[in-house]
Design a protein around this ligand. Structure first.
Ligand code: ADP
Ligand code: S3P
Length: 352
């Protein structure tokens, strides 16, 4: 039923002048406390006489219909570039479809996630690894585990950034020969060229987000977890000057992103974190980001497959003659064999 018809029905229901009988005729479906009220409930339910008790609940029922009508009318964002992201069932179907195609051709190739702090590398990486049935590694967590679970911020404070970057490079190097891995790197892993040599053995994916979005996320997480931001915040007196913690985080992230953009741009795949409609502020939901990632990786893999097929599609000049070729002994070998045979027939050589 079209939303406008639903809305029309709602308006009729809400009319106080109607008798219980007339009202019952209008209210076709049984509205159950247990079953969720959906358009299918409305369309498929058998005609049922509404009891007087339900008549007393008409205001509540009318509200239910109105809520549904509003969802249909306003729930979808006009001009949404990825409209399936607003329909969970459709999104799940699309995830399954692309995963099936991708897993056939990915052949265990590692997926490296790069991007600024707060871009969701760890969060989306875990989901991606579950979907692809890959193992998941987060380089920050591996470093922490290797240091008796000392947080990254403490390692930065006690050992310095250079030491941390050495640990990061070591882990990237050690993980790269394995297969079937999703690896979330730290935001600064892109800075060292040697890391790229290892990451490019797999597919490198950049989660590209706007600094305002990233700042909101890292502030919500607590700046103390990210030493580069905590240092900027401390230098600013904890965000006392200017726009508070959010302003400090935003400025620092903007400066870092500016420096790092040329490195991030080396990624094989770029996925935007932009959200639309109700997600404009929070960014695309994790399931949507994961689908964007899967489909971008799949596009890359399928393009590579086509390129390889194209390269195999060559003809060998004179290939027809190959079919009629046969092997022949060389004349010299034939003569040697004949001489040997003759020698054998003459019996043993006389002894002196
Ligand atoms: N798509 C998303 N929508 C909303 N919040 C997200 C999304 N992705 C990540 N987050 C949240 O943002 C914060 C940073 O995510 P995280 O995965 O730790 O980023 P990174 O590993 O890139 O630093 C976390 O609090 C996480 O829950
Ligand atoms: O951008 C960076 O230089 C850093 C990002 C952090 O990882 P996340 O990107 O997972 O926050 C962590 O590696 C360290 O604090 C340094």
């Amino acid at each position: 039923m079209a939303s406008s018809q639903l809305l029309q029905r709602h308006k009729s229901l809400a009319s106080p002048a109607r008798s219980p009988q007339a009202h019952a005729a209008l209210l076709r479906p049984v509205v159950s406390r247990h079953a969720p009220f959906t358009a299918a409930t409305w369309n498929n339910a058998p005609a049922t006489r509404i009891s007087d008790r339900l008549w007393g609940r008409r205001a509540e029922l009318s509200r239910l219909v109105l809520v549904r009508a509003e969802q249909l009318d306003d729930g979808r964002t006009p001009g949404h570039p990825y409209p399936w992201e607003e329909d969970f069932d459709l999104l799940s179907d699309k995830v399954k479809e692309v995963t099936d195609e991708l897993t056939k051709d990915l052949r265990g190739c590692n997926i490296w996630l790069i991007g600024m702090m707060g871009s969701g590398k760890s969060t989306v990486g875990k989901m991606l690894s579950n979907t692809l049935k890959y193992a998941f590694f987060d380089t920050d967590s591996v470093i922490e585990l290797a240091h008796d679970k000392k947080p990254v911020s403490q390692i930065f404070a006690e050992e310095g950034q250079e030491y941390f970057r050495n640990c990061e490079s070591q882990i990237i190097k050690e993980l790269s020969p394995y297969r079937n891995l999703v690896i979330a790197t730290g935001g600064g892993a892109v800075l060292r060229p040697e890391n790229w040599g290892y990451m490019h053995l797999g597919i490198v994916c950049w989660l590209n987000g706007d600094v305002d979005l990233l700042a909101r996320r890292v502030v919500r997480d607590g700046l103390e977890k990210r030493p580069l931001l905590a240092a900027a915040s401390a230098a600013d007196g904890g965000g006392a000057e200017g726009g508070g913690a959010l302003g400090v985080a935003r400025d620092k992230l903007a400066a870092l992103q500016e420096q790092r953009r040329r490195y991030y741009e080396n990624a094989d795949v770029v996925v935007t974190l932009e959200g639309y409609g109700k997600d404009a502020e929070a960014g695309a939901p994790t399931a949507a980001v994961m689908y964007r990632l899967l489909s971008a990786i799949n596009e890359k893999v399928q393009a590579k497959k086509r390129e390889q097929a194209q390269r195999m599609n060559f003809t060998i000049e004179g290939a027809e003659q190959l079919k009629n070729m046969r092997t022949m002994e060389s004349p010299a070998a034939a003569a040697a064999a004949a001489a040997a045979a003759q020698g054998e027939g003459e019996g043993p050589a006389p002894t002196a």
